[in-house]
Every structure is written in C-alpha cells, then in structure tokens.
Design a protein around this ligand. Structure first.
Ligand code: CU
Length: 128
C-alpha cells in the first residue's frame, strides 16, 4: 500500500515535470522571442531604463516596435506624452509592447510617471 502511494507520487512528479518541460519548449519566454524581431527593448531596472536612460533614435514615418519590460521589484510605466505612448503600470516581470511612430521630426521625452526624476530620456525622431 505504502509502495503504491510512493509510486503514484513519483509518477505525478514526473508527469508535472514533463508537462512543464513541454510548455517551456512550445512557449519559450517572451524576452527571447523579441531578440530576433526587430525593435527596441527598454528594461526598467534599478529605477532606470536600460541602466542609462539611452536616447532612442527613430525616423519620421518609420514605426518601430517598442517593448517595455519591468525587471524591477516595484511598478514602472513608460509615458511619451507627445507620441501618445502609455504602457500603464507594469508589475514586476510584466511587459508591454507598443510602437514609436511619428509623422514629424523632433525630440520627445519618455519617462516613468512613478519615478520621473530618475527614469527619463529622449526619443529623437529624424527626417530620413
Ligand atoms: Cu518607474
């Protein structure tokens, strides 16, 4: 009887492990799928974007995919008022996909509304 219970528990663990492995294989992590798709990845971490709040360079009338990923322990968002970008609050490990698109050249500030002093940078849209 005890052996049967142990066997059932062991089979359950193996089954769960196999299902987990198949799930990982067929649904790889979102971050890795963005690596081979052209676009911009902004990672919110330590109250900065990509460590340095880098300038993002774009071109008039050329939309760019933008993924914002929160790798921090607190919530962040990304706002660009003049380009109508607003990711809403992202919880830890949450990401949001949007686009940078502008019909006019110019410099547009991006920032996190929860940490606007430290998380702030520029999107520079140039004419082709
Ligand atoms: Cu923030």
């Amino acid at each position: 009887m005890l052996n049967n219970i142990i066997a059932i528990i062991a089979i359950s663990f193996v089954t769960v492990g196999v299902i987990w492995a198949i799930g990982n294989f067929t649904h790889p992590a979102k971050v890795s799928t963005t690596n081979h798709i052209k676009g911009i990845l902004l990672v919110a971490q330590d109250n900065l974007f990509n460590g340095t709040n880098p300038d993002i360079i774009g071109t008039v009338n050329v939309p760019e995919k933008l993924v914002v990923l929160n790798k921090d322990f607190v919530r962040h968002d990304l706002i660009v008022d003049k380009l109508n970008i607003n990711t809403a609050y992202l919880s830890p490990e949450q990401d949001f996909t949007t686009a940078i698109a502008s019909k006019t050249s110019g410099i547009f500030e991006y920032y996190c509304s929860l940490h606007p002093i430290t998380m702030r940078g520029k999107i520079v849209i140039k004419t082709p």
